[in-house]
Every structure is written in structure tokens, then in C-alpha cells.
Design a protein around this ligand. Structure first.
Ligand SMILES: [Zn+2]
Ligand SMILES: [Zn+2]
Length: 342
């Protein structure tokens, strides 16, 4: 059984053939797949890499059903989690140590250019098998392990944010990504982490997971100034993906501070940045994209040690056949993450 995307707002649950694997690939019997904001975006608008019909979904964990003859280090019956991509390690960006910007990332992107995880079985392509498949440690559930990919992206963003002890950090957006950033900033020793969101329910959840302050969206900049002797945040992390929240992120950051623009805005959109604030304020603006093999490994470590608590981000559990309903719950802001079981 697989959930295949046909066109915006059309996903069909279908019987498909069990995937065949090549000698350097792995077949995983999927135990859980998580919904993600990018699956929702694809459901609503389609995606440049997707050629329908395609099984979508890219956050998952399961048990190895079959391994190719040339695969080493894995065995059938092993519980594993995989990232949705892996770098080529030969292009310019891979050679200069920026594998998240790999020119060939799009070639095998599970759930985008390659069949995904909203299915009973997931085929792992060779490049991912070589670099980004991890055995799930004992004591870690499939649901927790499935957070590997989003947390790896957040960890990569956290490296660029470079949060220091005693920092005042503002997180814009209390969705799954914002809540992961919030916990990571605390793990890095941030003194005060403030979360802003339009939804009071999401803010309550952020407070429950360790946010020091939560603010609604009426005047977050005023609130940050009040908390920082009028300076602004040392580090601001935007985790919404709208031009207006990118602008807000710049406004909320103090002179000499760092603004991390994590959320992807609609293609072709632009944001207005106060040139004076950037120039006289020596602001550092950082765009962030995707993950690296190192951030994937670090994600598994933080999940296993529970330094980042991922389980509370799952707000709903549903059957894979209910995937469209699950995506609607995401769209309405009711669900943070839905765990789908085949
Ligand atoms: Zn995702
Ligand atoms: Zn590359």
C-alpha cells in the first residue's frame, strides 16, 4: 500500500508492487512516517522535483526487509532510520565541505525525486545507504527516530546560529521546526529563549517544552527589547517561511547579532530589509538549507540522549490511508506532527 501524489490536493491510496532493489540498496519495511511542512506544501502546490504519480513522505523509520548483495554494515531485521538524501561527495560544494549545498542533491531525494515513505515499503538508494542510514539505538522508538531528518536540518541551522551561553535567543514560529530550534538553543546553553507565534495553543506547548518566555504576534519586537535593555535578540531564528517573518527577524536582532533565516518562503518572493539596520548594526544574516552527514549523526545522538525531546511533538496518530486528513490537520495548525502507520 502506498499514498501517491497525483496533483495538488489529490493523493490516492493504491496497491503498488513491492519495490525491487539493486545490489547496493536496502528495502525497509516502514513502521512510521511523519508529516512535515514540506509534504503539506507539496500537497497544496506541487513541487518542482515531483513527477506524479509519486509516493511522497520523507521522514520515516522501519525495519530492514532486504539488503542488496553488495551492502555492508547492515542486516535484515535491523531497525533503521535514514535521511531523505545524501551528498555526492564529488561536486564543488561537497569538495569545499558544504555537502548540504551539493549540486546533485536533487537527483535522489526520497519523497521528491525518488519514491517516498508514505508506503509500506521504502527503497533506500545507494548514495543514502553509503552515508545516511543509521541503526536505531535501543530504547529509541520508531516515532522518535523518524525525527532524524528535520532535527538534522535544525542542527545544521544551529551551527550557523552559533548560540552562546548567556544569549537571548528569539525563535519565530512554534511549529515542529521552531520547537526543535528552541530545545537546541537551550541545549547550547542559551540563557533566555523566547518563542513567538500567532497561536496561543502552540505557545503553551513551547512553554511546556522549556521556552523561557512566549509572546504573541502583537508586538514581539517590543517584548524582545523589553527583555534586553532595549537591544534586541543576540540571535533570532526564523522558522515560519514568510517574507513578513523574515523582516520581523531582522528587526528583532540586536546590533552585531545574527539573524538565521531558516523557513523557506514561496518561490520568487522577496523581503524588504532595512539597509541601515544591517549596515550600521553590523547584522549577520544567514540563510540555512538542509543537513549534512555530520548533522544527521548528531541528530541521532540528541534524540537518543533526549537532549532534544521529540516525542511530545507528535500530536496525532493516524493510519497511512488517512494521510490527506493528516495534512489538513497540519494546514489548520491543529497538528504539530502526525505519525502515520502503514
Ligand atoms: Zn521534512
Ligand atoms: Zn555534491
Amino acid at each position: 500500500m502506498a499514498a501517491r501524489f497525483y496533483e495538488p490536493r489529490v493523493i490516492r491510496i493504491e496497491q503498488v508492487d513491492k519495490p525491487e532493489i539493486n545490489k547496493d540498496e536496502i528495502l525497509v519495511r516502514n513502521r512510521v512516517a511523519l508529516t512535515c511542512g514540506s509534504d503539506l506544501k507539496m500537497y497544496l502546490r506541487g513541487h518542482r522535483l515531483v513527477t506524479p504519480p509519486l509516493v511522497i513522505g520523507h521522514e520515516f523509520a522501519g525495519t530492514i526487509e532486504k539488503i542488496g548483495d553488495d551492502v555492508q554494515g547492515f542486516r535484515e531485521g535491523m531497525n533503521v532510520v535514514a535521511a531523505n538524501s545524501a551528498p555526492c561527495m564529488s561536486c564543488y560544494y561537497c569538495r569545499i565541505g558544504k555537502p548540504n549545498l551539493c549540486d546533485r542533491l536533487d537527483e535522489v531525494l526520497v519523497g521528491f525525486s525518488f519514491p517516498g515513505a508514505y508506503a509500506e515499503y521504502v527503497r533506500l538508494p545507494a548514495r543514502i545507504v553509503r552515508q545516511n542510514v543509521c541503526e536505531i539505538p535501543k530504547g529509541v522508538s520508531f516515532e522518535e527516530a523518524a525525527f532524524l531528518e528535520p532535527l538534522a536540518c535544525v542542527i545544521h541551522g544551529g551551527e550557523l546560529a552559533d548560540v552562546k551561553a548567556d544569549d537571548l535567543v528569539l525563535i519565530i514560529g512554534a511549529g515542529p521546526i521552531g520547537l526543535l530550534h528552541m530545545q537546541l538553543a537551550k541545549a547550547h546553553g542559551a540563557k533566555t529563549v523566547v518563542v513567538t507565534d500567532a497561536s496561543s495553543e502552540r505557545l503553551r506547548r513551547a512553554a511546556g517544552l522549556g521556552a523561557d518566555h512566549t509572546v504573541d504576534t502583537k508586538d514581539p519586537v517590543g517584548e524582545i527589547r523589553r527583555l534586553s535593555e532595549k537591544r534586541g535578540a543576540d540571535v533570532t531564528i526564523e522558522a515560519v517561511g514568510k517574507p513578513e517573518t523574515w523582516e520581523l527577524a531582522v528587526q528583532a536582532t540586536r546590533k552585531g547579532g545574527t539573524t538565521v533565516l531558516f523557513g523557506g518562503c514561496p518561490a520568487g518572493s522577496t523581503a524588504a530589509i532595512d539597509t541601515g539596520a544591517v549596515h550600521y548594526g553590523e547584522l549577520t544574516l544567514k540563510g540555512v538549507f538542509h543537513h549534512t552527514p555530520a548533522s544527521v549523526r548528531e541528530a541521532l545522538r540528541l534524540i537518543s540522549t533526549r537532549q532534544v525531546k521529540v516525542a511530545p511533538l507528535i500530536t496525532h496518530r493516524m493510519r497511512l490511508s488517512e494521510v490527506e486528513e493528516a495534512l489538513r490537520l497540519m494546514q489548520n495548525g491543529v497538528a504539530i506532527k502526525v505519525a502515520l502507520t502503514p
